[in-house]
Each structure stands twice: as structure tokens, then as C-alpha cells.
Ligand binder design. Structure first.
Ligand code: MLT
Length: 245
């Protein structure tokens, strides 16, 4: 298994810490799941932005018919945007052939904070197997960056990181593993048998219970339903696996 560390939130590291590394951004609820789903449904690519200003600058340089603005602030669709941050809104009808400009509270900001990384991938339960297969073949250190929520740890992101590590080491974590990997692995050992119910009682689910539908939560807890492997290349996130299950 490649050497893996886990960062618990988008604010738990310095930008320098990921320089020249491979990172996997994990925001199970919901930015990562939305990106994976949009690409699965034929979106041309995703531009992850840090804020509304970035989003509007980028949109002014694109042909109006070629893109959609998606995103949320504190879970709520941003006024004037085409879509929110629900993966279930990113249907084939809505996104096929479009570039998605995505602006979210934590997930897209986590991507921006990794701008010194050598390679940025996007991981979720939905594309778990694709991420594991990529990391199995990697012979250098990788960092799983959990987006968390406003600098705090989120159970669902750490669980996903733990699931990746558990599979990579076939349930036998070495004593030399990084502390971050040990914490995520231990969390997965405790809660991995019932991801859906664990996530339904997470801080996120409670915080956004009147805003984010339970259908979104249930959808995002499905494991390995697609081989889509989103990676950032010259500012655009697109699928580098090019195959579907
Ligand atoms: C985020 O980036 O914080 C999330 O994706 C929030 C959300 O679920 O909309």
C-alpha cells in the first residue's frame, strides 16, 4: 500500500503540505458526490471555484450556452444559479455537454487550497473502487483531504477516507501508518458496517435537515456505483478513467 495520510478538514493543513503530492479531495456531502454524478451524466467538465466573484469572472469568459452555474452557501442554492449542490439535480438532461462552474462552502474551497499538489483527484463513496484502484497503482505518498465543514472534521468524509484505507491495506493497517490514516481506519472499523445510518446521524445531517433532502444523503452513501475518476487538469475537472460500470 502506498503511504497515505489523511487531513481532517480543508483548513487543517498549509498549502505547502501538499506540494507535489497526489491528493484526493473527499466531500461526501455533497460536492464530491455532485462532481462524480455530473461527470457520470455527461458533463463536459467542472470548474471548482472558491467564491462567487471567481464564479462570475469565469462565467463571463465562456459562451452562455456552454455552462451551468451550480452551488450552495450553507446548503442553500445560490440565488441566480442554475442548480444547487444536489447530485440528484445534476441529471443527464440538465448537464450533458455542459461545463459546470461549481461553488460550494467547503468542497470546492478544499480543491483550491490544494493548488500546489501534483495531482488532484475527487473521491466519494460513489466512486470508491475507482479511487482505490488508482491508489493501488501509485508508488508515491498520497493525501486524502477531507473537506469537513468550516474547518471542522466531518464524520462522512473521514469514514470515506477510512473505507479507502481499509480496502487498500485489506483490513490490516501497519503500525507505521500515519496518525491520520489510523484515525480514519479506526473510525471505519467502528461505523463502516452501517454507513447510511451513521451518516444520517452525523452533524451535517442534523445541521442541514431542513435544507438537504434525505434522498441526497441516501444517494451519496452508495458505494462504487461508477468508475468515474475526476481529476483536475489545467483548471478543469474531468474523468480520467473514461469507462463506466
Ligand atoms: C460543501 O462544499 O460544504 C458541501 O458540499 C455542502 C453541501 O452539501 O451543499
Amino acid at each position: 500500500m502506498t503511504n497515505i495520510d489523511v487531513f481532517s478538514s480543508a483548513h487543517s493543513f498549509k498549502e505547502e503540505d501538499v506540494r507535489d503530492k497526489t491528493v484526493v479531495i473527499i466531500d461526501v456531502l455533497r460536492a464530491s458526490s455532485t462532481m462524480v454524478t455530473a461527470l457520470q451524466n455527461g458533463a463536459k467538465g467542472i470548474i471548482a471555484v472558491g467564491d462567487m466573484d471567481d464564479a462570475s469572472k469565469i462565467s463571463h469568459n465562456l459562451d452562455a450556452k456552454s455552462f451551468l452555474m451550480s452551488g450552495e452557501k450553507d446548503g442553500v442554492t445560490i440565488e441566480g444559479y442554475d442548480l444547487g449542490n444536489s447530485p440528484l439535480e445534476h441529471t443527464e438532461d440538465a448537464v450533458k455537454g455542459k461545463t459546470i462552474i461549481l461553488n460550494t462552502t467547503n468542497g470546492t474551497k478544499a480543491i483550491r487550497r490544494c493548488n500546489l499538489a501534483d495531482r488532484i483527484l475527487v473521491g466519494s463513496f460513489l466512486n470508491l473502487r475507482a479511487i482505490i484502484e488508482y491508489l493501488e497503482d501509485l508508488d508515491e505518498e498520497a493525501i486524502l483531504v477531507c473537506a469537513g465543514w468550516r474547518g471542522r472534521l466531518s464524520l462522512e468524509d473521514m469514514l470515506c477516507a477510512g473505507n479507502i484505507i481499509y480496502e487498500l491495506c485489506e483490513g490490516q493497517l501497519s503500525a507505521e501508518a500515519r496518525d491520520g490514516a489510523k484515525v480514519a481506519f479506526g473510525l471505519y472499523e467502528k461505523f463502516g458496517d452501517d454507513i447510511e445510518n451513521s451518516i444520517k446521524s452525523s452533524n451535517y445531517a442534523v445541521r442541514l435537515k431542513d435544507i438537504v433532502s434525505e434522498d441526497d444523503l441516501v444517494y451519496c452513501c452508495q458505494r462504487s456505483i461508477t468508475q468515474i475518476l475526476p481529476a483536475l487538469n489545467e483548471g478543469i475537472i474531468s474523468d480520467i478513467n473514461g469507462k463506466e460500470q
